[in-house]
Ligand binder design. Sequence first.
Ligand SMILES: [Zn+2]
Length: 223
Amino acid sequence: MRPPECAVCGDEFTAPDGRLVTFVERDSDRQWRERVAAERMVGHPPNTEWFCRVHAPAAIELAGETIDVAMRALTATQSAVRQLAIAPRAIDELLHLFRERMPALVGEPAASASRARTTSDRRWTPTDGAQPPYCPYVDLDVTTLTGRLGSVEVRWERAMWNDAEAARRTATLIVEPTLGERCSASATVGDGFEGSAGDATSVLLVLGTPGAALQALLDELAV
Ligand SMILES: [Zn+2]
């Protein structure tokens, strides 16, 4: 088992240092819980998250809110996260675009895309009642490329009920310039996520200050 990761800063920590915080249920969270109970599975509820020692106190204070409201407040104090309205796009299409632009974002010609490397990982969420391969899981593909101007990473995360049904899919683009600030742009489709409608999303969450190349991509996506 991997150590838990803080939902705010992404730091991994060992168990006694962090806290698992459960927020007020939204309708989609209640449906999830009822479904898991009916199917005798125990997964990681969508309104529950891990927080590191630094972020746990603020998270606990916000436990009376729903998780989307709480996460917005927590990430806003962590660093300036802004919501960017984009023309609705299928999440697969957005992922493809992120991958296609990786070379340009680190100052390399398009052909250098062949140097990008991808690792894939599946994390099962086993329970008392359900063991792999009959329990929900999270698949994560991480594609990385380093170039003249820094490094870029595209993360493709799918939280799956089973092989046919996704609970949540997130595409994230992270640019780490050699000179400049790390910046990420991500979009999620799934029940209860803002801007999500079926397979399409109309909201990007942007964390950090984009450099010129990333800003150009964001401008292209913006409504
Ligand atoms: Zn943290």
